[in-house]
Design a protein around this ligand. Structure first.
Ligand code: PAF
Length: 282
């Protein structure tokens, strides 16, 4: 298995093995890989001649230094997991220096307002950090197809917007959320939960599923009040936000419009661990 830490060496290797018929499938990650990441890799392997995964905990997208410090870093275990999909997958695991060249700051982006909703309100600067790293990785890897999980649906829409605005020749592909058997969305952050917290965190998906049922007959305000009440009654969880939004613009849904697609988005703290999830409503 080829593992690169240096972007010049990676670029030289990709040039040496590519021709006009080559398609590069790319899965950008921050490591601590789980089944959800592996499903993105399988999708990439099935549809591309070369597959590359990046493993890089990007400092500029963390607004909370404690969250950055505690983010799980498990490179050796990650490599073993990647091998279970294919040992032909190329790994790019750069240092902060290799990516940022001594200037670890974000570029400033205009994502047509997508960046001001939900995660954007609670994690200032987060999407500038995501835009900066994804753009840089796309410039290095030059993927044909790039795969992202729908759990971070707002991130997916923002990456699509970034690619459209920067006119990058990359297909950005959203893939379904992978869940534990109790419905908890798979996330690298789940590693920081105790077994009992993992069990109890089933409430997040249960609440989203119920919100989906209620969406057919209740107003968004009624559903939001019900979700708030549900979490208020549960002292182990702190609801940061629950929002029903238009899938395309991510603007809150005030009055339902039959021609639009809506999603519910949620962010919840379990102890000090912040979890997000989303569900399509119609
Ligand atoms: O979703 C993630 O893991 C990260 O935000 C990403 C896309 C790899 C950028 O650092």
């Amino acid at each position: 298995m080829l593992i690169f830490n240096n972007q010049n060496e990676l670029v030289a290797h990709l040039a040496s093995v590519s021709n006009t018929a080559t398609t590069i499938g790319f899965v950008p990650t921050m490591g601590a890989l789980h089944q959800g990441h592996l499903s993105l890799l399988s999708e990439a392997v099935a549809n591309n001649s070369i597959v590359l995964i990046s493993i890089f905990v990007n400092p500029t997208q963390f607004n909370n230094p404690e969250d950055l410090a505690k983010y799980p870093r498990t490179l050796e275990a990650d490599i073993e997991k990647i091998k279970t999909v294919s040992d032909k997958i190329i790994v790019y695991a750069p240092s902060v220096e290799d990516i940022y060249k001594g200037n670890t700051v974000s570029q400033s982006f205009d994502f047509d307002g997508l960046e001001f909703q939900m995660e954007g309100q609670f994690r200032p600067g987060h999407f500038d950090g995501v835009g900066t790293i994804v753009k840089r990785l796309f410039e290095i890897v030059k993927p044909t197809n790039a795969y992202f999980g729908e759990k971070d649906f707002q991130q997916l829409q923002i990456v699509k917007k970034m690619v459209e605005k920067a006119k990058m020749p990359v297909n950005v592909i959203g893939c379904p959320i992978y869940r534990e058997t109790n419905g908890l969305a798979m996330s690298s952050r789940n590693e920081r939960l105790s077994d009992s917290e993992k069990k109890e965190a089933a409430i997040i998906y249960k609440t989203l599923s119920q919100a989906k049922k209620l969406f057919a007959k209740q107003s968004t305000n009624e559903i939001t009040q019900w979700v708030k009440k549900t979490f208020n009654q549960n002292p182990n969880f702190t609801l940061e936000y629950f929002q029903i939004a238009d899938e395309a613009t991510l603007m809150p849904c005030v009055r339902k419009n039959k021609s639009k697609k809506y999603r519910a988005f949620i962010a919840v703290f379990v102890n000090n661990v912040r979890l997000i999830d989303t569900i399509s409503l119609n």
